[in-house]
Design a protein around this ligand. Structure first.
Ligand SMILES: [Ca+2]
Length: 433
């Protein structure tokens, strides 16, 4: 009897134990299933990302660092768009390392480069790396801080008149300012003849900062010139003032006069050379090869570097609206990013790109670069390739990011390659392999 009871007890215990095992197994299986589904869906997520990569060659945004400001963009695609990668094989060559703080590049009709150097010299450089002596005859520049011999261009009729135009920071008795001069490159290419200052962005101010300045001819033969607002808190509001040339893009004739058709010619309180306003420090100007429209980049403060599409008479907002912060980390002004009557940047960078010279690629050698914008980055140490469709940025790539250079200007050569100069003195060629 005892043995039967013991046996029943034993069977009961075994059955009970079996259930406990089964229940714990089922719990385990349940959790495994949940975990499995989670893992599978995570895996599916990865798979869908990698499918995106293979189907349209887009990648995660190139910027991975935290932004300085916590502002929201005004529209999708105004910052941190998808990354892209150049698929055509290209090679990067250092043509020379002997330049002294080069600032601007322009191509002569025969394909050689005429380059400004910040301290006040120009040199002619061949694509094989032959660097000329310094060209003489250029008026003195104030090269302290961000000043010096800055952007340059040549006359559309250079082949017959040999005229060169350049922007520079000039000393005056009231302070310093951004000026534009012109002169003739002598037949032996050793000097600039009859250099004449044709334009001064007034008022003068004592600062070493924010001069701009790039200079470009438009199709009508007038010059676009970009300035800066001289950085200080006392001059900064002048970016909004139409009676000041600080923080502007101006449009002038070859003699420095306000160009016909400028938007404020009939405004008695405005400087007639002003084309657009509300800019901070503009070191990049370029025309889109197909639309012919003028594009501009400018430095924001801490974050908020901008790419803008420039329209006559428009206000680009600085210092009222910005996506950046003061260098101290404080917010700028009323801490707003949008306002009626003020243009939104097409794109902004936070952290900064530190954008300087730029160009649209119009060649065919690297097909996917056609109509892309290339921007020289200083503190960011790379050249930004921006894919633009219908006036919106749809892709961004970083080129030459391992060179450790401060890129000051990038321009397209006659051979369908890009040429870029760096503060460290290098000239690069980036062309098809
Ligand atoms: Ca702006």
């Amino acid at each position: 009897m005892v043995r039967i009871l013991l046996r029943k007890e034993l069977i009961f215990l075994l059955v009970q134990h079996w259930f406990i095992i089964k229940i714990s197994d089922m719990v385990n299986i349940f959790f495994c299933l949940i975990l499995g589904i989670t893992l599978m869906s995570a895996d599916c997520g990865n798979k869908s990302n990698s499918n995106t990569v293979s189907s349209d060659s887009t990648y995660p945004p190139v910027e991975t660092k935290a932004s300085n400001a916590n502002y929201d963009p005004a529209f999708t695609g105004q910052t941190r768009v998808a990354g892209v990668k150049t698929s055509t094989d290209y090679e990067t060559t250092i043509i020379t390392r002997e330049l002294k703080k080069p600032w601007g590049i322009v191509f002569l009709p025969d394909g050689r480069l005429l380059i400004t150097e910040k301290e006040g010299t120009m040199r002619i450089v061949t694509t094989s790396g032959n660097v000329s002596d310094a060209i003489t005859g250029i008026p003195d520049v104030n090269s302290r801080g961000q000043g010096g011999l800055l952007g340059l261009t040549i006359d559309p009729a250079f082949s017959t008149n040999r005229m060169v135009y350049w922007a520079f920071s000039e000393n005056t008795s009231e302070g310093n300012l951004t000026a534009v001069a012109k002169g003739k490159l002598s037949a032996d290419e050793k000097r600039i003849e009859d250099a004449t200052v044709i334009y001064r962005a007034m008022p003068a101010y004592r600062s070493t900062l924010h001069y701009g300045s790039r200079i470009l001819f438009d199709k009508s033969g007038n010059l676009f010139v970009s300035t800066g607002e001289r950085s200080d808190i006392v001059t900064r509001p002048q970016a909004q003032h139409l009676n000041s040339a600080l923080g502007k893009i101006v449009r002038i004739t070859k003699d420095g006069q306000p160009a016909a058709g400028n938007p404020f010619l009939n405004n008695a309180n405005a400087k007639p050379e002003i084309y657009s306003y509300g800019h901070r420090n503009v070191q990049g100007l370029a025309f889109h090869p197909e639309t012919g429209e003028l594009w501009e980049n400018e430095f924001g403060p801490r974050g908020g570097d901008e790419l803008n599409l420039i329209k006559p008479g428009k206000n680009y907002g600085w210092p009222v609206i910005t996506y950046g912060l003061e260098y101290s980390g404080r917010k700028v002004g009323e801490a707003i990013t949008q306002k009626a009557g003020m243009e939104q940047p097409v794109y902004y960078w936070d952290p900064v790109l530190s954008p300087s010279g730029m160009t649209f690629y119009s060649g065919n050698k690297i097909p996917e670069w056609k109509n892309n914008l290339f921007i020289a980055g200083l503190n960011s140490n790379h050249i930004a390739r921006m894919v633009i469709k219908n006036n919106k940025v749809v892709g961004e790539e970083r080129l030459l990011a391992n060179e450790g250079q401060r890129f000051r200007d990038v321009q397209e050569g006659k051979d369908g390659a890009l040429y870029a100069v760096t503060d460290e003195g290098r000239l690069y060629r980036i062309g098809r392999k």
